[in-house]
Write a new protein. Structure first.
Length: 310
């Protein structure tokens, strides 16, 4: 019985989730529309704060200022040159002084090498740095990711929280929602929160259980983020349009429902193929897209989480 091997962590999560269940009762039943991708270009969130969207690329958040540009995520390597030009042409823009990696994925870390070679600061959670120093293979499709050269690796890592001189704060999201190195970046003055792929504004997320993510972590992470925002906070996800607290609550409720369904199937000894056949995302698919791939990964993530050696 695989779930007997590490039962306590799941029970702990269940207990933690029960405590915030009351908070979710009033949540609007709306989930950000997957069919409405934000247009490519730049969206200004404040005088000095911009979301940069390039075709096919993950969101980049740029803060300009006298001390140089702060970037949250750096796009893919193929887009790095174009991104740096866009950043330089922003009002108050210029060269990047500091880059924060929300996690290790290549869609976020493609500018690390250029920024590292320029001798600038790259901030990440320590787990993200560790993933970037090793080759990773996704077991479900065989996709391989080469480690980054030394010059491209984060230069400043942390475990819990950190703060920049500008007042910008960042912190670890320890639930392992997307990977085990996820972080948020909070701009208190502008009331903007960047969350990387812990929240999705464009369809079902990748459940990267090879580097620690799991469906229970998605639920836990979304609940944790609710403690950092208010009704007016603009939330910048890894992909898609800027989101709000209502979206966060709705996603939290949706993934909580799916997590419960998959856990019940796991407890009855079902497997990933049966989980997909049961269509546990059915009522959400119209807005989020076909859920089959997500359900398979999410179910496999339960296996990986409760029985890492399986
Ligand atoms: Zn990612």
């Amino acid at each position: 019985m695989i779930i007997r091997s590490r039962p306590t962590r799941r029970q702990l999560l269940k207990t933690a989730m029960a405590g915030v269940a009351g908070m979710m009762l009033a949540a609007p039943r709306r989930v950000a529309a997957a069919q409405a991708p934000a247009d490519a270009g730049t969206e200004r969130l404040a005088d000095n704060l911009f979301v940069i969207r390039m075709p096919g690329q993950a969101n980049v958040l740029a803060q300009t200022g006298a001390g140089g540009v702060l970037l949250v995520d750096g796009g893919s390597m193929a887009a790095s040159d174009a991104l740096m030009k866009m950043v330089a042409s922003l009002p108050g823009g210029g060269p990047v002084q500091t880059l924060i990696n929300t996690h290790w994925h290549p869609e976020q870390t493609g500018s690390n090498e250029a920024i590292g070679r320029a001798g600038k600061t790259i901030i990440a959670h320590e787990n993200t740095r560790l993933w970037l120093t090793t080759d990773v293979t996704w077991t479900w499709n065989g996709q391989r990711f080469k480690r980054l050269p030394k010059v491209a690796q984060p230069t400043k890592t942390f475990y819990t929280t950190g703060k920049l001189d500008s007042g910008v704060r960042y912190g670890y999201i320890p639930d392992a929602a997307h990977t085990d190195g996820d972080l948020y970046v909070l701009f208190p003055q502008e009331n903007v929160l960047a969350v990387g792929d812990v929240m999705s504004g464009a369809g079902w997320p990748v459940v990267d259980y090879v580097t620690g993510g799991w469906i229970g972590g998605i639920v836990g992470g979304l609940q944790r983020l609710q403690t950092l925002v208010n009704e007016d906070t603009r939330i910048v996800p890894g992909r898609g349009p800027v989101l709000r607290l209502a979206d966060l609550k709705a996603q939290s409720e949706m993934f909580g429902t799916i997590y419960d369904r998959l856990s019940q199937m796991l407890n009855r000894g079902r497997g990933p193929t049966e989980a997909v056949a049961a269509q546990p995302t059915k009522e959400f698919d119209a807005r989020m897209g076909n859920g089959d791939e997500f359900v398979r990964r999410a179910f496999e993530s339960l296996w990986a989480y409760v029985s890492p050696d399986a």
